[in-house]
Design a binder for this molecule. Structure first.
Ligand code: NAP
Length: 287
């Protein structure tokens, strides 16, 4: 039964360009309905050059808060009071009102960490290996720092970009020490890690047959290691299927997506939210 929108209904949404394929409206509205709260979450298309104008409009309206996706996540950073996580990632995906203006954070970090917390490890002894050094890898680094990992290896294909990535963490307040490596180093890195994370788009539909690491190399993974793919189309990816065949525990990107959404909704509603309802709504929307 769709939520009845009345004069008292409070507004949430997601800004981006495009936003039409976003799973967020389905996932948030399902949770809002399950909680019986008088909110609605809508897609708000905002073009790249229109962010400042859109924020001013939101300020003048009753919008309670919003998520941000491409192309606004980095541009929001100087426009809101950013949390430490937002500043470390260098991007804001969740914004809410405060007395003095907008505040924002990056709940991709919470989303990444949530499925790992339920898989107990002695995180201070785990050295995660992260494939890729783009935007999502930043949330992964902050998440691993939050888990308590003391060291992490980022694997990049472009020496210059991976060096830039490493330099960008100076004075970021990270406790973990970040090393960089290239794809050629994987045969030595894989047997030593309990957490392997794919943040590259390799294996994403329509290239669902691709894998960032071939089966023969994945054979170097420890049994029981966690293989985590940020991709959620297809489910599971080739990378996760091959890792599972080697005895790894698989976590797919839908879990991160759902848990980042749950963390955002908790901020706006100021109460625990039903993650299982959000997961089901997102999975149904994907199908
Ligand atoms: P991005 O900023 O473009 O970064 C992609 C990274 O992958 C770059 O470091 C790039 O290397 C590397 N890469 C791309 N193609 C490669 C290849 N063929 N071989 C080796 N490395 C390659 O993208 P992003 O925003 O980080 O997103 C990455 C993935 O995460 C996407 O699939 C996205 O859908 C997913 N994601 C999922 C969630 C979730 O909630 N589940 C959240 C955010 C992102 P170079 O730097 O050398 O170009």
């Amino acid at each position: 039964m769709p939520h009845l929108i009345t004069g008292t209904t409070q507004l949430l949404g997601v800004i981006g360009d495009p936003v039409r394929h976003s799973l967020s409206p389905a996932m948030h509205n399902a949770a809002i309905a399950a909680l019986g709260r008088d909110f609605v979450y809508v897609p708000l298309p905002v073009a790249a050059g229109d962010l400042v104008r859109a924020l001013a409009g939101f300020e003048a309206s009753a919008l309670v808060g919003f998520n941000a996706t491409i192309p606004h996540k980095q541009d929001l950073l100087p426009l809101v009071r950013a949390t430490a996580a937002g500043r470390q990632v260098g991007a804001i995906n969740t914004v809410w009102r405060e007395e003095t203006g907008w505040a924002g954070t990056n709940t991709d970090v919470d989303g990444f960490v949530a499925p790992l917390r339920s898989r107990a490890r002695n995180w201070s002894d785990v050295t995660p290996v992260v494939l890729g050094n783009g935007g999502a890898a930043r949330a992964v680094v902050v998440g691993c720092d939050r888990l308590g990992c003391r060291e992490l290896v980022v694997v990049g294909r472009t020496l210059e970009k991976v060096a830039q990535f490493q330099n960008s963490w100076h004075e970021s307040g990270l406790d973990l020490s970040l090393r960089t490596a290239t794809w050629e180093d994987l045969p030595e890195l894989l047997p030593a890690t309990e957490l392997l994370v794919n943040t590259t788009p390799i294996g994403m539909a329509p290239n669902a047959e691709a894998t960032p690491i071939p089966a023969e190399l994945l054979a170097n993974l420890q049994p029981g290691a966690i293989a985590y793919d940020l991709i959620y189309t297809p489910r599971p990816t080739q990378f996760l299927q091959l890792s599972q065949q080697q005895g790894a525990v698989a976590i797919d990107g839908l879990e991160m997506l759902v848990c980042q959404g749950a963390a955002a909704l908790e901020l706006w509603l100021q109460q625990p939210v039903p993650v299982d309802v959000m997961r089901q709504a997102a999975a149904e929307r994907l199908r």
